[in-house]
Design a protein around this ligand. Structure first.
Ligand code: NAP
Length: 277
């Protein structure tokens, strides 16, 4: 399976599993758990969550799904900005660990920038890492100016990822932020890689996918997977769609197909404000 190298050399699958809205409803719970377990069976080890998702419901469901097979998963969770203080981040992390039913989170992210100074958050993250409660730390939704600032703070240049909105219809980061991260070997975790499903209704993408004999989701994911340092984390609570998304790993887009996608979804020609969902 295609892997992405984190700073420090650890390798993680380039295709992971998102879990926003997973665990919110009783009637979908069994299928959601079965989907995450199927993902692990297939080797999609990276599971992305956050304390925010269902205010802990997503983390609890993941805890249930990985019971007895914790070592097969690479768990990513995120702290709310208002909890990202020296003490608050430690307490939030401990709550996440309890819900996930584990003693460590593999990658712990600041969900977005809030009022707590970066110094404090990095201090908390380094203390958590020292205590073995997290293995790596990183950030999410930080733009170029934020990253410049973070880099100057102790620990700031040790972030293992920046999780960002990135898909065919949201290419703004390619202009400046992606090259900046690339220069520093910081991988991007592309969230909402199919734009929460909306991208799949694009007629041009549908047409191209049909001509390749793939689905629009597979083409959108394969496009992200064609980059060396991008981890895509589509969310699905359905085993059939998980298998469909998994097959994107086998789809290698040709130069002509990539050029056709550039025509449909042109790369940015100037700096753009960071998009978030
Ligand atoms: P997404 O992965 O782009 O899309 C998810 C939606 O698409 C769901 O409604 C899902 O429905 C549907 N879907 C998935 N595969 C499909 C397929 N093959 N065909 C048709 N529909 C499909 O959006 P997302 O959930 O916003 O983003 C992914 C993950 O990124 C999140 O779950 C979360 O872990 C993370 N995220 C992070 C941030 C951040 O601020 N850091 C923000 C947003 C998201 P079904 O479940 O019914 O299949």
């Amino acid at each position: 399976m295609k892997q992405v190298t984190l700073p420090g050399g650890e390798r993680v699958p380039a295709l992971g599993m998102g879990t926003w809205n997973i665990g919110d409803h009783r009637h979908t719970r069994a299928e959601e758990i079965a989907t995450l377990q199927l993902g692990l069976d297939l080797g999609l080890r990276l599971i992305d969550t956050a304390e925010m998702y269902g205010e802990g419901l997503s983390e609890s469901l993941i805890g249930e799904a990985i019971k007895g097979r914790r070592d097969e998963a690479f768990l990513v969770s995120k702290v709310y900005p208002h909890n990202a203080s020296r003490k608050g981040a430690v307490a939030a992390c401990e709550r996440s660990l309890r819900r996930l039913g584990t003693d460590r989170i593999d990658l712990y992210l600041l969900h977005w920038r809030g009022d707590v100074p970066f110094e404090e958050t990095m201090e908390a993250f380094m203390a958590l890492r020292q205590a073995g409660k997290i293995r790596h730390f990183g950030v999410s939704n930080l733009g170029l100016a934020d990253m410049d600032e973070l880099w100057e703070v102790p620990g700031g240049d040790e972030v293992a990822a920046n999780q960002l909105l990135y898909n065919l219809s949201r290419r703004g980061i390619e202009f400046d932020l992606l090259p900046w991260l690339r220069e520093r070997d910081v991988p991007v975790m592309a969230y909402s890689p199919i734009e929460q499903g909306r991208l799949l209704r694009n007629p041009g993408l549908q047409h191209l996918a049909q001509s390749i004999g793939s689905s629009p989701a597979q083409v959108a994911l394969a496009w992200l997977l064609s980059r060396d340092d991008v981890i895509a984390i589509p969310k699905t609570g359905n085993r059939e769609r998980l298998r469909e998304n998994f097959a994107a790993l086998d789809l290698v887009l040709t130069a002509e197909q990539l050029a056709a996608l550039d025509k449909l979804f042109p790369p940015p020609r100037h700096a753009q404000p960071l998009s978030m969902l």
